[in-house]
Design a protein around this ligand. Structure first.
Ligand code: 2PG
Length: 248
């Protein structure tokens, strides 16, 4: 049996301001820093240890990992960054307030943009400063792979090859792995691992800063998954994420 821990970063400054974030590189809020410390303490108290970490190239995930590893006295472990673990790119919605966007376009449209499997938010133009082609951290990524917007299906398409080619072989080599990523990139992985349908994935929300532990069989098929800590608190936090973009 294999085990892997998936962790969404702690609350970011734009989570706090209720803005669509995507690939915008915002930092953790004060609450997010506390959540990252708590995640590390909880992992340590629960007997977890790691010898390899995978993270996105966004600082809210990187800092969450650093803080959690510091709590576990594991800052020495290899930390492998990939853009493929980034948050789903939110296209032209990046920066907008979620509730105001729902007032303008309606709750149903915003829910489609946030949670449907295959509806892309409005796209950026390549001339827009928010297009990742202007950011040196993506200089080695082929231009055709850099999104102008993404639906969850697009995030699955760029994350799962990385799972198959890089993360899964590490697990099979008995590495103790933590993945620190984002609400929608973790939804992409969970959809794939648990075989969740395109319709049912709409109702899955991932809370910030609560470790999600998967036990996997020898073929890396899930045997179980659980949030560490208080399950009701995790359910409440997930419901709060779902409700972030209501117009009223
Ligand atoms: O703004 C975002 O990038 C994500 C995660 O913070 O938001 P949502 O939960 O609305 O998909």
């Amino acid at each position: 049996m294999y085990k892997i821990v998936l962790l969404r970063h702690g609350e970011s400054t734009w989570n706090k301001e209720n803005r669509f974030t995507g690939w915008t590189d915002v930092d953790l809020s004060e609450k997010g820093i506390v959540e990252a410390h708590d995640a590390g303490k909880l992992l340590k108290e629960s007997g977890f240890t790691f010898d390899l970490a995978y993270i996105s190239v966004l600082k809210r995930a990187i800092r969450t990992l650093w803080i959690a590893l510091d709590e576990m006295d594991l800052m020495w472990i290899p930390q492998v960054r990939s853009w493929r673990l980034n948050e789903r790119h939110y296209g032209a919605l990046q920066g907008l307030n979620k509730a105001e966007t729902a007032q303008e376009y309606g709750d149903a449209q915003v829910k489609l943009w946030r949670r449907s499997y295959s509806t892309q938010p409005p796209a950026l133009l390549k001339t827009d400063d928010r297009w990742p082609g202007h950011d040196p951290r993506y200089a080695d990524v082929p231009e055709d792979d850099l999104p102008l917007t993404e639906c969850l299906k697009d995030t699955v398409a760029r994350f799962i090859p990385y799972w198959e080619e890089t993360i899964a072989p590490s697990l099979k080599a008995s590495r103790k792995v933590i993945v620190v990523a984002h609400g929608n990139s973790i939804r992409a992985l969970v959809k794939y691992l648990d075989g969740i349908s395109d319709d049912d994935i709409v109702d899955l929300n991932i809370p910030t800063g609560i470790p999600l532990v998967y036990e996997l069989d020898e073929h890396l098929k899930p045997i179980s998954h659980t949030y560490l800590g208080d399950p009701e608190a995790a359910a409440r936090a997930a419901a709060a994420v779902a409700n972030q973009a209501k117009a009223t």
